[in-house]
Design a protein around this ligand. Structure first.
Ligand code: AMP
Ligand code: GLY
Length: 426
């Protein structure tokens, strides 16, 4: 089988790596990919947003399964375009992708189908939004409706911060149309966990749990990033809680969408806060998380191609999905300055040494080749991932690999997985 993966980050490197393990796969292409992906797949120079070009490529190359990594092409309707061309593709269509592309839409679904989430109100008028802030007080959370590359959410500790967010999003329109509507919601406290599930619009099968680390620095300090590391499983999600999440969140979401005439096929990602009143949805994503993908897929024992085809063909109920009973950890190495401005083109040393370690894999997130040397090409550069029988051992392996890798300005968190270890001590 000939497979195409769309995207260029650590998530897509992981997808390519896992898909290649299937005995059914002969060739893997990645558009546009990165320097790490190029070591194990054919990279094609088509950006992820050039949907017509991707359809043309898939048709010419007789691609039998296309897998979409990032949200932007999903929200732009890449799945609808492939389906119209009769090409099998894994991911939700444009209507289903609204769950991530519009926070207002997501909130409406949650309210209508009684899915637990923060209380909220939607505003199209800045004055009304500001009046509501006065009424509610801080802390409070302000969210731009549309996709804003992970920057559209402001968790405001003071009213002034929240007012500034309204000013930026609604008045200055720093995210353009994505900020035409704003959701203001109650601040929730608890521990965050990500639950990803395969679904074909009817059957929902959760994957093993994982926890991202969104803040840039240790102890959850500093600005939010795309994710600085992850581990799996996340002990905060006990088997009983997972059952509850399945029953109160995942299934009602998929059934609610179906009642609206929307069939969700792909990966549904629920970003949850485990509050004292139970799990509540912070956000939905409509794809694998990055770096959650790096810790979840290495634990998958079943054939990913089989699973994805059963989702595409709406036969997920026939599929058995098995996982290794191990632990994984991923430490993201980022460019100096990330998530703010950073330089690229900096040479990376030690990849070979780190790559030679057992039960370790260095997923590339933002790299390029320059004169046959790996250089940095993005904010998040590498996702150094390891697996073992315990979380401690997985972390030790991952950090051993991290210490072998150097590039000027590199920064990473040294406390990945610490929450899980602390929880156990308690
Ligand atoms: P989102 O993109 O909606 O998941 O928001 C990004 C991050 O902001 C989340 O991972 C949380 O850490 C935080 N966040 C979002 N909504 C809330 C909320 N209602 N209460 C507390 N923190 C939140
Ligand atoms: N790691 C969070 C995300 O992929 O959105």
């Amino acid at each position: 089988m000939r497979v195409l993966v769309i995207g260029s980050g650590g998530r897509e490197h992981t997808l390519v790596w896992k898909l290649r393990q299937s005995p059914r796969v002969q060739e893997v292409y990645c558009a546009p990919g990165n320097a790490g992906i190029a070591q194990i797949a054919h990279c094609v120079e088509i950006p992820a947003d050039k949907i017509d070009k991707l359809v043309e490529f898939a048709r010419e190359q007789e691609i039998e399964l296309t897998v979409v990594g990032p949200e932007a092409p999903l929200a732009a309707g890449i799945v609808d375009a492939f389906q119209a061309a009769g090409l099998p593709i894994f991911g939700p269509n444009k209507a289903a992708a609204q769950l991530e592309a519009s926070k207002v839409f997501a909130k409406e679904i949650m309210q209508k189908y009684k899915i637990p989430t923060a209380h909220s109100r939607t505003f199209t008028d800045a004055k009304e939004a500001l009046a509501y802030l006065e009424e509610k007080g801080a802390p409070i959370v302000v969210k731009a409706d549309g996709l804003a590359a992970g920057k559209g959410v402001v968790v405001a500790q003071t009213i002034a911060e929240a007012q500034e967010a309204i000013e930026q999003i609604m008045v200055q329109q720093v995210f353009g149309q994505a900020g035409a509507r704003v959701v203001i919601e109650e601040f929730l406290t608890g521990e965050e966990v990500s639950v990803l599930a395969f679904t074909d619009g009817e059957t929902v099968i959760p994957m093993v749990s994982s926890q991202d680390h969104k803040a840039a620095y240790d102890h959850d300090q500093g600005p939010n990033t795309g994710g600085m590391g992850a581990y799996s499983p996340a002990p905060v999600l006990t088997p009983a809680l997972l059952k509850q999440v399945e029953k109160e969140i995942l299934k009602p979401t998929i059934e609610g969408l179906r009642a609206e005439g929307i069939v969700f096929q792909g990966v549904l990602y629920a970003g949850l806060m485990i509050t004292e009143a139970g799990p509540k949805v912070l956000e939905y994503n409509v794809r694998f998380g990055d770096p959650e993908c790096q810790v979840v897929l290495p634990r998958l024992q079943s054939d990913l191609v089989e699973i994805m085809l059963s989702v595409v063909n709406r036969k997920l109920h026939e599929q058995k999905i098995e996982w290794y009973d191990n632990h994984t950890a991923c430490v993201v190495m980022a460019s100096g300055g990330y998530p703010g401005d950073y330089r690229t083109g900096i040479e990376i040393d030690g990849l070979k040494e780190a790559g030679a370690l057992q039960d370790t894999y260095v997923f590339h997130a933002g790299t390029a080749l320059q004169e046959e040397k790996f250089v940095t090409a993005g904010g998040r550069v590498l996702g150094v991932t390891a697996w073992a029988n315990t979380l401690e051992a997985a972390l030790e392996k991952a950090y051993t690999a991290v210490k072998l890798i150097q590039f000027t300005g590199a920064h990473y968190r040294t406390d990945i997985g610490q929450k899980a270890l602390n929880r156990r001590e308690k």
